[in-house]
Each structure stands twice: as C-alpha cells, then as structure tokens.
Write a protein that binds this ligand. Structure first.
Ligand SMILES: *Cc1c(COP(=O)(O)O)cnc(C)c1O
Length: 214
C-alpha cells in the first residue's frame, strides 16, 4: 500500500511525505494491529469506542497514534480521548463542548463535512460549517487540523473531494493553519490525493475484508 500511495502522490505531483496513511483496523483484533505495527504502521483508525478502547488498552505498549474516525456520541467523547490523539469526526457544537478542556497537549481535530443531503450520515452541513469552526476556535484544548469527508455514493469521488478542497480554502480564511484534508479510502484514495488529501483512511485494501464472526 505504501507503494500505491507513493504512486498516487507522484501522479498528483505531490510528495509522498506529505500524506499520512491511517490503517483503519475496525472489525479486526488487536493481534492484527500488533502485526501491522511490526510492519511499520504507525497510525491506526477506529470507528467504535466499544471496540477501540479495549484494543488500545491491550496495545498500550506500542507507540501507535490512534485516530477516531467514526460517529461519536457526546457521552463517549471523553473516554475516547484516553487513547485517541486525533478525532476526525467532529461535527457538532455539543461535541466541541464535550471535548474541550484545559490540557497540556491539545487534541487534534478534523471537522467532518457531510457531502450528502442526509443529516443521518454524520458530518456538518456545509452551510453550518462556519458556526462550528468558530466554536472550535473558541474552545480550549482543541487544535483544528482541517476537514474530513467521505465521498458519497452516486457522486464521482474526485468531484466530491474537490468540494471538500473548496470548503477547506474558505475555512483557511478564518483558520489559516487548518490545512489538512482527511479524505480517501480504499476505493478512492487516488482521487483524494489528486484533490490534496493529507490523511488517507484505508481499511480493506490493507486489512482485507471483515473477518467472519466467531
Ligand atoms: C471503514 C472506514 C474507512 C476505511 O474504509 P475502506 O473502504 O475499508 O478503506 C475510512 N473512513 C471511515 C470513516 C470508515 O468508517
């Protein structure tokens, strides 16, 4: 996968060093994450606190960076901070309140943009982004890295990611340091890299499919 990402970066005229690949290990046991770490993986992503918490605890001896990429309930927000150092799915003011706090090292956050018209998909609607940005910039203990999005079904991924890039350019007028873009998964990371992705969230292309239950 490292080679594929490097190829995608070169095809986009970008440096592979500017792209962080997060291996999304949801559905997979701690043992697989440990093997990935032995192969040099440093960044792992999880989408459910119930699964991620025990895995992170079991793997606390490894120097992994844990990224939380799934929808987050406000009451789970603080427990997630016990292991995750990056939250990709901040999408509402109540979560900002839940995550904010005085701490020595700020938590890195991405604001998730909803690219669909379905509010149930997770992410803030683009017309509500400014208000959320102000909330994050006014909160303590949070460092805004940029925007995160999932390309919707039924839209060409490159076009979807171009919309995120445009929103990011607007965001940078009020938050000049929030230049990162968390976008691109197994099926569309090349398009994401062409539109400036800095953080790819890759699951199945690295881990294989969800293991059978049992
Ligand atoms: C599962 C997941 C991914 C990885 O998806 P793949 O298609 O398996 O690469 C990326 N982002 C989020 C938010 C996910 O839930």
């Amino acid at each position: 996968m490292t080679a594929e990402v490097a190829d995608a970066a070169r095809a986009a005229g970008r440096s592979p060093a500017d792209i962080t690949t997060i291996v999304v290990t949801k559905f997979h046991p701690a043992s697989l994450v440990r093997e990935l770490a032995q192969l040099g993986v440093t960044d792992v992503g999880e989408n459910r606190h119930q699964d991620a918490g025990p895995k992170a605890a079991e793997l606390a001896d490894l120097a992994l960076t844990w990224h939380f990429v799934g929808q987050l309930q406000s009451k789970k927000a603080r427990p997630v901070l016990e292991y995750a150092s990056v939250i990709h799915s901040l999408d509402r003011a109540s979560l900002v309140t839940a995550l904010a706090g005085e701490r020595p090292d700020p938590v890195d956050v991405f604001l998730q943009l909803n690219l669909t018209d379905d509010p149930g998909r997770g992410g803030v609607a683009e017309n509500e982004l400014d208000v959320l940005v102000d909330a994050v910039l006014g909160a303590s203990g949070l460092r805004l890295l940029g925007l995160m999005a999932v390309a919707p079904l039924g839209e060409e991924p490159r076009a979807a990611f171009a919309r995120v890039r445009a929103a990011s350019e607007r965001l940078q007028k009020s938050a000049p340091e929030a230049t990162c873009l968390s976008m691109g998964m197994s099926g569309d990371f090349r398009e994401a890299v062409l539109e400036g992705a800095t953080h790819l969230r890759i699951g199945t292309a690295i881990t294989g499919n969800r293991p059978a239950a049992g």
